[in-house]
Design a protein around this ligand. Sequence first.
Ligand SMILES: NC(=O)c1ccc[n+]([C@@H]2O[C@H](COP(=O)([O-])OP(=O)(O)OC[C@H]3O[C@@H](n4cnc5c(N)ncnc54)[C@H](O)[C@@H]3O)[C@@H](O)[C@H]2O)c1
Length: 258
Amino acid sequence: MRFKDKVVIITGAGRGIGQVMAVGFAAEGASVLINEIDRGPAEETLGKIKDKGGIAAISIGSVTDRDYVESMVDHAVKEFGTVDILVNNAGITRTAMILKMSDEQWDQVIDVNLRGVFICMQEVGRVYVKKAKENPDARCNGKIVNITSVAGLRGTVGQINYGAAKAGVIGLTMSGAREWGRYKVNVNAVAFGVVETRLTETIRKDPKFSEIYRSEIVLGRFAKPEEVVPSVLFLSSSDADYITGEVLNVTGGLHIGF
Ligand SMILES: NC(=O)c1ccc[n+]([C@@H]2O[C@H](COP(=O)([O-])OP(=O)(O)OC[C@H]3O[C@@H](n4cnc5c(N)ncnc54)[C@H](O)[C@@H]3O)[C@@H](O)[C@H]2O)c1
């Protein structure tokens, strides 16, 4: 029960990795605010948590909408008392080769995957900084875990927008860690490789692409969401109070593969 009495906001928690994360946090005692742009999947996550006797609520809206994000943070504070952990997990892809990519595809991916992370960090950060000013001697006043990708470290074909956004998340993580260290706020990132979710369906179902990717993964296989989520729980826990500005690669070795 590492997260007993802790409040976590997880963005994009209706599907894939975010859903497994939400269930994992709740199973260890956290009160979870499930952010999602789509109501149906958010309700599914809520159901899974409630079925196991966990505590959670839903907040529907886009991480790109400043007013909404402000109200999402207020919701967490009103319903659960504070925010202790933010996981910036919401993400999208809009795939096209460089010369064929439209401005719209570029903007959409940067907006959700990079600007959305900034907005959520900023709005949750206001709660953390207030806590820090009230508890100057606290060991930790809040944790932020930003989800990035191997695409932000070594690039990717057909997703220059996604690679740029995910590399941006790494810079944003380190800057956040530097600026908020004095408030005892830990800001870290986790970079995933290829995880079996709807986001990677096209890559995994195409035999040619699938083989190319698999051949570059040192461990030789794609990950299940359940295998990558423990890294996020660790960085969110008090075991990681002395870790900040770190990018943890959970890629099966794809980040060092050929
Ligand atoms: N699956 C992978 O292999 C992989 C690899 C590296 C990084 N990632 C990252 O992990 C995170 C989770 O991805 P996933 O594979 O579970 O994808 P997914 O598509 O299964 O889940 C992402 C969720 O985010 C939600 N979402 C999208 N835009 C949103 C917005 N504007 N506001 C709120 N919610 C929004 C979606 O509705 C969806 O439920 C993403 O940041 C993704 O880039 C995934």
